[in-house]
Each structure stands twice: as C-alpha cells, then as structure tokens.
Design a protein around this ligand. Structure first.
Ligand code: PLP
Length: 467
C-alpha cells in the first residue's frame, strides 16, 4: 500500500514521486497555443493533404482514431523506428501502429517472408494450408493455449471470443471494464471513454451505450475492483457468459492491475461459471514473449490477439482452452472468414515469431526501463505533478501526482498537460499516439539513442514549464 493505494502487479512499472508542485494552467495554455502555431507553420503539406482526403474519406482518415483537430500529420513512408511525413520531416515513431509495429517498420525478415510468399506461394487460397497450420502451432505453443483461429482484426477476434463464450456457457450477457475499448462489436461499444455526466456514481456505474449500437445486456465494472465484480456476478451470474478485460488496460494510457486483481477475477469467474477473456490485442507480445497473461501468471479461458503478432499485416486471432474452442469444432459457434490465415499474413507472423525471442524482447524492455528511469529523474528534478508507468516494452507519463487505478482516476488526470506534452513531442520530431494518453512503444528497431530523443524533449518541456 502506498498512501492507501494497493500495490500493483509486480510485473508492471509505476513510480509516483512523493512530492510535486502544481503547474500554472495559464502557463501551460500559453505554451500550448504557441505549439499549435508552430504545428501549423511546419505541416503545410499535411494540412493540404487532409483537405483533399476529407473529400473522399470521412475526416480525411481511414480510421477515426487517426484524426485530430485541426488535421493529423500525413505519413509518406516508414522504416525502422522512423516516419517521413509529407512535409519531408523525419519523425521518431513512438506509437508504432499502436503496438502493431513491434518488430519495426519494414523489418527485413517480415519483408523477406512476405516477398517470398508473393513470389512463390500466392496471396490467397481459401483452403487449408501447411503455412497456416505451422503458424498456429507456433502461437499455440508460445501462448500456452489449446487451439486458435485466425481473423483479420482485433474487432473480429473480440467478437468471436464473446460468441464462443456464449455458445459454451449458454448465457448471453457480458461484463466489461468501464472506459475500456475492445474494437467495434456492439456490446463492446458500451461505456468506452464515456462522459462522466452520463455514467452515475463510481460505486455503481451506469452502462452508457451509443445510439447506433445494439449491445444486449452489458454490465460495466470499474477496473481493479473485485468486490464490485463479485456483486455483479452474484446478482446476474446466471445470465453472464463472460468477463472481457485487458489484463493491463492499455487504452486509458496504461493502467496496471493491482496485485492479485486478475487472480481474484479468475477465481470469481470459476465460481460463477463465467468465461474469463483476456483481450491481449494491445498487450500481446509487447507485454512479453507469451503476453500479459503469462507475465501476471493468470490463465484466461480465451485470449484475443492482434497488432503485435502481425508485423503490420492485418492479422489477428482468438483462442484458448479446448473446452471453449470445441464450440468452433462442433459448430455451436460458426466461424468463417475469406481472408483468415492468408499466406501473406502467415508469412509475416512466422517472421514475428522468429524475431520476438525472449532475448530480443528483454533487450527492448531494458531500453524502455532505462528511459522510464530517466523520465523519473526529470519528474523529480522539476517537481512535476506526474508519474511514470510501464509494462513490457510500453511506457507512459501520467499527468497526475497520484496513481491511476481505473477510468474515473484516468478522467481526473490533467488533459491540458497531456495535450501539451504530446504536441511538444510532435513539434520536436517525436510522435506518440493521438488520444492524449501518451503511450509509447519501444520496438525492436528503437535504440537507447532514439529513446534519449523522447527524454530530451520531455526535459525541454519541463524546463519551459518551470522557467
Ligand atoms: C484492446 C483492444 N481490443 C480490440 C481492438 C480492436 O482491434 P482492431 O483495431 O484490430 O479491430 C483494439 C484496437 O485498438 C484494442 O486496443
């Protein structure tokens, strides 16, 4: 316990300074206004591109996550840890496709395997193929699961995992975490970063569904709250098929599980005959060689994988225990998909499996931990009301002097500072993901010198804030 805050799972990194001094909001606003001016002055071609793109693509982007006001930066090419934008600037990519580019842009082995598939194998068979079987065997072994099926996106994987859980438990309702994001399936649209005004008190969150979704029965629980999870299971367990959770929440910056939270959730799911689904779309190989489940020592019934497993190709998977995957075998849950297991995606996954050795991931994690420690020193030196958080090869600065354990804590962080810090980085050649949660990824292509760029621009910001 630190200031009455429970300890986090020991696999994660969190360093909250004992003291800090507030930031003058007027100063932060002034700096932010200057940074937006600088942004406009240096990104003329991105502005122009967005105007053209907006005529054909809503918001000028291919996924609404990519958009920000007044316009996002358009990228012409990427290699290793770097982007080149349409204005010709070289930018350090710290977002790396939200984790999908874990092995680096245009990783030579991914390129080699995919080229070979293009030259010799084919692009699609829609029949069984030894390559898909070999990749399935490798990932089954890696993640310690009995069976898996490939899909083309995290959205498909989370949808099918829920449907498997329903088919096996013969129950339909689901439980999800307040604020959590799991892709586009209707029940998972409930309470995704909802407005606080719409969701009632923290002790009894109200499920908030957008008008366009038909979610069915969805119970929303705060992360890291076992008593409330048990209350919901006790009251509605006879109707609940599954509890879907990111083992480490990586869509609200990074929120670590309290020590014992996931093991407790496992026990409750067993008690109330509810499937435990770990959505490892974001954690996956970024959390370690066998994902976050292995790292925290808790085995879910089903897992969903995407992003980091595919070297940038559109590939994902769901899988887990035989008892559950048997529902696909006997047709209780029908799983189809024209592009599932296509040879190009399989070639990339084979490369990712070869590349993501324990040594390679450990070395990226060491670089991450060293960067987090340097960020800690800056936070301490300038007495910033912020702290560091990390898991595996991901890290973040949280603009809060106290730990964040759930969505309501996350909403309490300083979004003005998050915006300033994000834009400050962009204007100095370092891109972290849009969405103001400042999560970075150390890919296999990042070096300590690359991470020092992130650290240096962060110190420049600290200096500007305190000058
Ligand atoms: C935890 C989680 N689950 C599912 C998804 C959906 O994945 P996709 O964008 O591949 O559909 C995402 C996407 O960011 C995610 O972060």
């Amino acid at each position: 316990m630190m200031n009455n805050v429970p300890a986090h799972d020991p696999a994660g990194w969190r360093n909250v300074p004992a003291t800090s001094k507030p930031i003058d909001p007027a100063k932060a606003k002034k700096l932010l206004a200057a940074e937006w001016k600088k942004f406009s002055a240096t990104t003329a071609k991105s502005a122009k591109h967005n105007k053209v793109a907006s005529k054909v693509l809503p918001l000028g982007v291919t996924s609404s996550f990519q958009h920000w006001d007044p316009y996002p930066i358009s990228i012409a090419s990427a290699e290793g840890a770097y982007f080149t934008d349409v204005d010709g600037r070289k930018l350090l990519d710290m977002s790396m496709g939200f984790g999908a580019m874990l092995v680096g842009h245009l990783n030579p082995l991914v390129v080699k395997n995919v080229k070979e598939a293009l030259d010799k194998t084919g692009t699609l068979f829609v029949t069984p193929s030894p390559t898909a079987t070999e990749v399935a065997e490798r990932f089954k072994k890696r993640f310690g699961i009995d069976m898996l099926r490939f899909t083309n996106s995290g959205t498909e994987s989370t949808m099918y995992a829920i449907r498997v859980a329903r088919a096996v438990t013969k129950k339909k309702a689901i439980i999800k975490i307040e604020g959590g994001y799991h892709g586009g399936y209707d029940p998972l649209q409930v309470s995704v970063k909802p407005a606080l005004a719409d969701i009632g008190p923290a002790e009894a969150p109200i499920a908030d569904a957008p008008f366009d979704a038909v979610p069915g029965d969805v119970y929303v629980v705060p992360y890291n709250d076992l008593p409330y999870l048990e209350k919901i299971m006790k009251e509605h367990g006879d109707d609940i098929a599954c509890f879907m959770v990111e083992p480490v929440v990586e869509n609200l910056s990074i929120i670590l599980p309290d020590k014992g939270y996931l093991a407790g959730a496992r026990k409750l799911c067993d008690k109330y005959k509810i499937a435990l689904i770990f959505d490892e779309v974001k954690t996956g190989l970024t959390a370690g060689v066998a994902g976050a489940s292995k790292r925290v020592g808790v085995t879910p019934d089903l897992i969903t994988l995407a992003k980091s497993i595919g070297g940038g190709l559109p590939v994902a998977a769901f899988g887990g225990k035989k008892k559950y995957m048997d529902a696909v075998v006997d047709g209780r849950m029908a799983h189809f998909g024209t592009y599932n297991g296509n040879p190009l995606a399989m070639a990339a996954m084979m490369a990712v499996d070869d590349l993501c050795t324990p040594q390679a991931l450990a070395s990226a994690e060491t670089i991450n931990m060293a960067a987090l420690a340097k960020m800690d020193a800056i936070i301490a030196k300038y007495e910033l009301p912020a702290h560091t958080i990390g898991f595996g090869v991901k890290g973040a600065i949280i603009w809060s002097p106290t730990p964040v354990r759930n969505y309501r804590d996350f909403k309490n962080t300083d979004f003005l500072m998050a915006e300033l810090s994000w834009l400050w980085g962009i204007n100095r050649g370092v891109i972290t993901p849009p969405g103001l949660d400042e999560q970075w990824l150390v890919s296999l292509a990042h070096t300590s010198a690359d991470m020092d760029k992130l650290v240096t621009e962060f110190e420049d910001l600290a200096q500007a804030l305190r000058s």
